[in-house]
Design a protein around this ligand. Sequence first.
Ligand code: PLP
Length: 362
Amino acid sequence: MNDENSTAPVRLRAALDGIAAYTPGRPPRTPEGVESFKLSSNENPYPPLPSVRKVIDQAGARVNTYPGMDLAELREAVAAVSFVDPAMVVPGPGSSGVLQQIVAATVEPGDDVVYAWRSFEMYPILVSLADGRSVQVPLLPDGRHDLASMAAAITARTRLVLLCSPNNPTGPVITHEEAAEFLAEVPADVLVVADEAYIEFSRDPEVADMRALMERHPNLVVARTFSKAYGLAGLRVGYALAHPVVAEALAKTRMPFAVTDIAQEAAVASLQARDELFTRVEELVAERERVVASLAEAGWRLPRSEANFVWFPVGERTPAFVAACEAVGLSVRPFAGEGVRVSVGAPAANDLLIRVAREFGA
Ligand SMILES: *Cc1c(COP(=O)(O)O)cnc(C)c1O
């Protein structure tokens, strides 16, 4: 028992000892007088669209009442753009919330959850909270999932597999061929989640069409969010697409009223304003490509990013790279001993990153 627990006033679960609290991207520690940019949480640099703002303001007038429970409006709006039945859409409080619902629906104490590593920091936390066992399969050197090793890691104890495409923090996607081959090897009763938090930023023509693969694989669930491309991170809304029977199970694990009316209505308004929002996504993709090209020119060989961030595998030089970024006003996300993830932001912030990385040297 550690010191913290021996002085705790109540008995707490041992599982919590192994969990490091989720580290949110922190605001930059910048020298005084220097403009700062938060590039540590993969947030969308654009403010909400006026049409979305209006809906948020209007829904704000009704917060004395509980939100609706069935979320029918949002389910129908998502279903229409995803070409599925509304019964297959499970909204949740962010896709982190949806992932927690998925773990709650599948993992008993001691069950295995297989996922790539390094990947989304939330995965080990959610698995530990359920008393599950994380089976982390190292990424390939180019930051892609090692799907052959992941398939080999699945045993009779495996209840859940998490795929992250594009992968946070390294950036590459899983291709259609890779996903199809992998799913053919996974036992049909093991749930596979494709976490596609950044899929709207992918321009890889080979990227997996996970929704299409769901038709052949009812054990496949797609998780998406309004936090990144749609710019609603502060409202906490995401969803899963799942076989209707799985969807019904997942809905049972959602905390009642977890998705507020404000979140639901802003998400629906965002889907209605999709063309306008996707113009912004296009601009962010163009910025990513500009950053990547400039970095390549400066000698940086980075994993192929299909998301709104780039990954610098600087290993032991991580603290030095972070310090160089902070000195010019950029807050970034370090992973000690491994590297640094930097979000694509407004052009002025991206210019600073290019300058810092060039001076730092690949
Ligand atoms: C940001 C992110 C999410 C979900 O974020 P929410 O704000 O909870 O919707 C899910 N998966 C990955 C890999 C992410 O980076």
